[in-house]
Design a protein around this ligand. Structure first.
Ligand SMILES: [Ca+2]
Ligand SMILES: [Ca+2]
Ligand SMILES: [Ca+2]
Ligand SMILES: [Ca+2]
Length: 646
């Protein structure tokens, strides 16, 4: 039977291992408790101790024997050296030594709570203490839930009694044990940061959108963090989802409400119960369908170029709304622009090819038109209206304004855009541009309508240098004419590109042939060829005053065996000369008779002349000698002629 002792007595015994003399008051307390114990034992008997007892965890089973028995030990496994607040720890209480027939225990804690699913264990209502339910076990299981943060170190006191189940408290042996577990230091609140919404959303009520976040904690892995999502707004609040364990995103189908102050808030909780928090504004939740507040034109006598203009109750999705507009019959060539009347993109202006005169048009804006929220509220119903275009006699001519030629001056062979705003009370007939180029004459071309700018224009190249004058002629559908004029200047300050692909080849003795890739500039006039005896120049112009007209050049009368370096430029009709081409070089071929030019050096010539003179002298001497032999008479010659004379 577990006995009773005062803590003071226990302390004194533990102090030096011996029971000191107690004070009178303590003795009185102990006596009173002992009396109570005797009464308890007498009244309840063996069954009471067999069914467990509280309050003895530090004292031990003093009713079985007065002192602990060192041959018995009671131990607890599962107590962490330091605990995470609010975490659960399964503990096992075990007896060893002493009688082995059965046992009992009493465990108390200073913080947290005990629970059990062990049928041999019962827990006090406070959750602060546990004991056995029967004497038959030697080990027991309990679950300890660590206290909330701030509890500090927790102490576990356990008493264990090994019993022989002889029906009495005799022959049993007990001992006590103490454990502590420190609160984990440095456990911080988890952090969470919403990454969507970002604070720039205009979300459509009733549509799904992704809420995303990042989170982190020092003690609990992200996969074990619990997240709760909620929303608040002046138009309503509620839960989005939770707990989401380990998740970092959640698709949220928004409630149907209109609000400009809605927020998503996210709470993250670590395994110790510590919380982190994040919230993000949704600047707009829009659950209201847009409406058309006005649509033009309407009625009759509508001009043929009048645009379709629609005002909406709110900002619209331009692409979807444009696509939802149609006219029957369709004039075609639609061009759309969006402007702000009250809020951005609440006004659509749709230009188009000219209406037919005297025609009934039916305009339809279907429910495909959506407001600008993400993913958009469609119009509740189509908006349909009609108008009839002008028919009759028009005596007012068009106007031609905002005349512009750009750029000016412009380089020849480049485009100049001539444009003007041509307007009429009813409709435009034709618009012509007549341009006079200096010394060339005039050309007449029709101008095109640009539905985006609303201008008529002609953007084309001009090849003549100088001041060009032009007249824009415009008629309305009734044949009334108007005109406007202007000028622009063409010039040429642009040289051709440097020629490329320059190559040099021999072309028989004493000549080199140059070829290169022909330039393609429309104002190309020809080429200039430069030569240098040295790589890199300086170069001298060798092609003369006239330009080379083809992409080839023959350089003749060159010194055999010598290397020459060439570069070529291109020149346009204005005289603008290109940068030089890359340099190319060639070696001149010597004469093909085996002799090299060294034969014709002055020394060789002198030797040849001397040899010739010597030969002439020898010939002269031979002639003289022959004449000396024949001088006595001319007989030999005459003797040879008898045949002739016969
Ligand atoms: Ca933490
Ligand atoms: Ca709306
Ligand atoms: Ca008119
Ligand atoms: Ca040029």
């Amino acid at each position: 039977m577990l006995g009773l002792k005062s803590p003071e007595e226990k302390d004194s015994r533990h102090g030096d291992g011996k029971v000191r003399k107690m004070s009178v008051s303590k003795s009185a307390k102990v006596a009173a408790l002992a009396i109570g114990l005797v009464l308890f034992v007498t009244l309840v008997g063996v069954t009471a101790r067999s069914a467990g007892i509280f309050g003895q965890s530090q004292l031990g089973a003093t009713c079985h024997s007065p002192t602990p028995d060192p041959s018995v030990s009671v131990t607890i496994t599962g107590i962490p050296a330091s605990y995470l607040p609010a975490n659960n720890y399964p503990l096992t209480i075990s007896l060893s030594g002493g009688p082995t027939a059965g046992g009992g225990f009493d465990l108390s804690i200073t913080a947290g709570a005990l629970s059990t699913s062990d049928s041999n264990v019962q827990v006090q209502v406070t959750g602060m203490e546990a004991t056995h339910t029967n004497p038959n076990a030697r080990s027991w299981s309990v679950l300890w839930t660590a206290p909330a943060p701030g509890a500090g170190t927790v102490t576990f006191h356990v008493a264990g009694n090994a019993v022989n189940l002889n029906g009495f408290s005799t022959g049993d042996a007990w001992n006590v044990n103490t454990y502590t577990s420190a609160e984990t230091v440095g456990n911080q609140r988890p952090t969470i940061a919403l990454t969507a919404p970002t604070g720039a959303q205009d979300w459509t009520g009733g549509t799904p959108h992704l809420v995303t976040w990042t989170m982190n904690d020092d003690t609990t892995p992200a996969l074990n963090l619990d997240v709760y999502l909620n929303y608040t707004s002046s138009a309503g609040s509620g839960s989005i989802a939770g707990p989401l364990t380990g998740a970092t995103s959640r698709s949220w189908t928004l409630p149907f409400l209109d609000a400009t102050d809605a927020k998503v808030n996210a709470t993250v909780i670590d395994s110790a119960g510590l919380k982190g928090y994040s919230e993000a504004l949704i600047p707009k939740i829009d659950s209201t369908a847009p409406t058309v507040t006005s649509a033009d034109p309407t009625g009759t006598g509508v001009g043929l170029t009048v645009p379709v203009v629609i005002h909406f109750s709110e900002s619209m999705d331009p692409t979807a709304t444009q696509a939802a507009l149609s006219l029957a019959p369709d004039p075609g060539a639609w061009a759309y622009s969006w402007t702000q009347t009250t809020v951005p993109d609440d006004t659509l202006t749709a230009n188009h090819a000219q209406f037919a005169s005297g025609t009934l048009y039916t305009a339809t804006l279907s429910v495909g038109a959506k407001d600008s929220s993400d993913t958009g509220n469609a119009m509740a119903a189509s908006h349909i209206w009609t108008f009839t275009t002008f028919s009759g006699t028009d005596t007012t001519p068009p106007t031609v304004t905002s005349i512009l030629a750009s750029p000016s001056p412009q380089e020849t062979h480049s485009k100049v855009n001539v444009s003007a705003l041509v307007q009429d009370n009813i409709g435009i007939g034709v618009v012509w541009l007549n341009v006079s180029a200096p010394g060339v004459g005039s050309t007449n071309s029709s101008m095109s309508f640009d539905p985006v700018s609303g201008d008529y224009y002609l953007n084309r190249t001009y090849d003549t240098i100088g001041l060009h004058s032009f007249v824009i002629w415009a008629s309305d559908t009734n044949g009334n004419w108007a005109s406007g004029s202007g000028t622009f200047t063409m010039r040429d300050t642009t040289p051709p590109a440097a020629p490329s692909g320059l190559a040099v080849q021999t072309s028989g003795a004493g000549a080199l042939r140059l070829t290169w890739t022909a330039n393609s500039e429309p104002d190309l006039a020809g080429y200039k060829v430069y030569r240098s005896p040295n790589a890199g120049g300086p170069y001298a112009l060798i092609s003369g005053a006239s330009l080379v007209s083809t992409a080839a050049y023959l350089d003749e009368n060159l010194e055999g065996g010598k290397t020459y370096y060439y570069t070529v430029t291109a020149v346009d009709a204005t005289g603008n000369e290109s940068p030089r081409s890359s340099e190319a070089s060639g070696v001149v071929e010597a004469p093909t008779d085996g002799g090299s030019p060294i034969f014709w050096t002055p020394i060789v010539l002198l030797v040849v002349i001397v040899v010739i003179i010597l030969v002439l002298i020898v010939i002269a001497l031979l002639v003289k000698r022959r004449r000396g032999k024949a001088s006595p008479g001319r007989q030999p010659e005459q003797e040879t002629r008898p045949d002739d004379e016969q």
